[in-house]
Design a protein around this ligand. Structure first.
Ligand SMILES: [Zn+2]
Length: 301
């Protein structure tokens, strides 16, 4: 590479860093706490009309938070809402996906024991190193414990299961299940009323993960993205609709492959027009189809 080309790369990298700094401006509305059922809350951030949900499990022995969300101000506001309403200390942070909209503000939980899937830790380290996150912040964001397939622990007499059923939105997503209360927190494994984002996802495996989640003995499935109905039991039907998007994409690509289609031909043929009104359809349809094509062909990394 010439010196000029090298400087250009550096300038572009700096411009990119400045743009992502700008993107990190906290929204004016820092979010709201809602009780779903006794002992279970969701803190929802509305950022540019997209909803991001963090789960909160409240017990007499303290609180567990599921996903720290993005922006220091938002995470601080969530902790303040917990202090004001639940009046118990936060004991655990369970981090499901390493993407910044869900755990970018995990340093606000520096004082809290953090748990994540082992692939979360790998993904987080890689992302923080590429983002030049300062070493002290990197330390504050790291999980104190990781698990591989499942971890069960107890808080306030309740059994809490952390479950990893395979690749879905990332290689290290955690689904949190409280059997006694028949509730599941799903983070970005569940995009409600949005087209799923698959920039680093695995659509074929994702359907299997959703089938395993649906088989859990539960009534309420909390999405990472999108609204939670007034009657939270309606989330089971919403989860089925989210699954159907992936099934339609998978089956469409599968039938194209059966006819000998190339990746480009499959993308052109599988329209998924029934989902065209969903958020992110415009930029994710092709991403989803291309990754599913490669996954079905066995060439996806
Ligand atoms: Zn994500």
């Amino acid at each position: 590479m010439t010196k000029l080309a090298m400087s250009l790369v550096i300038v572009l990298a700096l411009a990119g860093a400045a743009a992502s700094q700008q993107a990190q401006q906290a929204p004016a509305d820092l979010g709201h706490l809602r009780q779903i059922i006794p002992g279970h809350y969701v803190y929802t951030l509305n950022n540019n009309n997209r909803l991001f949900n963090s789960g909160i499990l409240a017990t007499n022995d303290g609180v567990l938070v599921f996903d720290a969300l993005e922006f220091e101000a938002v995470a601080r506001a969530e902790r303040q809402a917990i202090a004001d309403t639940i009046k118990q200390p936060v004991r655990y942070l369970v981090m499901s996906v390493f993407h910044d909209p869900f755990n970018g503000a995990s340093a606000v939980y520096a004082d809290v024991f953090k748990i994540a899937h082992e692939n979360y830790r790998v993904g987080l380290i890689d992302q923080m190193q590429r983002g030049n996150v300062p070493a002290d912040v990197q330390r504050m964001r790291m999980p104190g414990a990781t698990y591989r397939d499942r971890m069960t622990f107890y808080l306030g007499g309740k059994e809490i299961q952390l479950l990893h059923f395979g690749n879905a939105h990332t290689k290290g997503d955690t689904v949190l299940f409280v059997p006694q209360d028949r509730i599941v927190y799903m983070s970005e494994v569940f995009f409600n009323e949005e087209f799923p984002n698959m920039a680093g996802g695995y659509g074929v495996s994702w359907v299997k993960v959703l089938d395993t989640v649906r088989a859990l003995d539960a009534d309420i499935f909390i999405p990472g993205h999108g609204p939670i109905p007034d009657d939270p039991k309606q989330t089971r039907a919403a989860l089925d609709r989210a699954r159907q998007i992936l099934v339609d994409a998978r089956d469409g690509v599968q039938s194209q492959i059966a006819q000998g289609a190339t990746e480009d031909q499959a993308v052109a043929a599988v329209k998924l027009d029934q989902y065209s009104k969903l958020f992110a359809f415009g930029n994710q349809r092709e991403v989803v189809l291309r990754r599913i094509y490669k996954e079905l062909k066995g060439t996806l990394q």
